[in-house]
Write a protein that binds this ligand. Structure first.
Ligand code: IPD
Ligand code: CA
Ligand code: CA
Ligand code: CA
Length: 265
């Protein structure tokens, strides 16, 4: 994998982002995967983006397996060395409400390791891309997951986690900023826009794989809720907890979480 190949991958994901915005302008249908609770919306834009990326990415790397939120999972991906891990829209709730904090999120894993990540915010056109060992870029400019430490850490959190009071134990030490999609939060941390982000709840591999690759490619640190590095393309795609931060903030954030994190069922 070299820079030219990565640029080509980023161009495909940018095209997917434009497709999502075209559909947003034309109008889209929304259904709920959990209709009783009206939870987990999926729109015609999610499905069209999934189909577009599947065709283009499997053409780019035909030997790769495929794991996406909007494609029925096939176990043959488990036997593949390379796997695309895709969330066609991360933050569909924000997309439906036209809050510009959703992302098209594409990762490539090799033997379970995050290798490359591309994330596009279709509403702003911002594109983040990187590969571990090669570097990371935002809109063509190199980016680094690095920030001078202030007295308090600036952390990106989700609105629902903030509303549930999950950051209250840290009120004295953290400034928390609400951002929609977890993938987008990870990309912003990779770009050095915040000291870190964390989520203690379960996430699917497709929610975080591109963001994890971006943070690592940009020189940041990231682990799961049990302080382990992520391994992707697992049979059960649920992961538990994520902590990502700049090298400057990581130690303090990880020890804060060890001391204060509420126990979750
Ligand atoms: C959701 C987003 C959101 C996170 C949820 C995910 P979706 O993904 O990542 O930020 O808090 O846990 O389910 O359904 O919009 O792709
Ligand atoms: Ca979803
Ligand atoms: Ca998601
Ligand atoms: Ca999604």
């Amino acid at each position: 994998m070299d820079k030219t190949w990565l640029n080509g991958l980023a161009a495909i994901v940018q095209e997917a982002g434009r497709l999502v915005e075209d559909i947003a302008r034309q109008g889209f249908d929304t259904q709920f995967k959990n209709p009783e609770a009206r939870r987990d919306p999926v729109t015609t834009a999610d499905l069209a983006c999934d189909a577009f990326l599947k065709e283009r990415l499997l053409h780019l790397l035909p030997e790769a397996g495929w794991l996406s939120e909007e494609t029925k999972d096939r176990p043959d991906r488990l036997g593949k060395r390379w796997v695309w891990i895709v969330d066609p829209i991360d933050g569909t709730r924000e997309f439906v409400r036209r809050i510009p904090e959703y992302a098209v999120s594409v990762a490539l894993a090799q033997d379970g390791e995050p290798r490359a990540g591309v994330l596009v915010n279709p509403a702003t056109g911002d594109v983040f891309y990187g590969a571990v060992g090669l570097g990371a870029w935002r809109n063509g400019t190199p980016m680094a997951c690095s920030r001078a430490r202030g007295e308090r850490l600036t952390i990106l959190g989700s609105r629902s986690e903030i509303n549930r009071g999950e950051f209250e134990p840290f009120a004295d030490v953290l400034d928390v900023r609400a951002v929609g999609s977890i993938a987008y939060k990870l990309a912003l941390v990779a770009a050095g826009e915040a000291d870190g982000t964390f989520s203690l709840g379960p996430k699917h591999e497709w929610d975080i794989a591109a963001g994890v690759a971006l943070v690592l490619a940009a020189g940041g640190r990231v682990h799961d809720g049990a302080s382990r590095p992520f391994r992707f393309n697992q049979p059960d795609t649920l992961t538990h907890g994520i902590v990502a931060a700049t090298p400057e903030a990581y130690g303090d954030l990880a020890s804060l979480l060890r001391r204060h994190a509420p126990k979750r069922g």
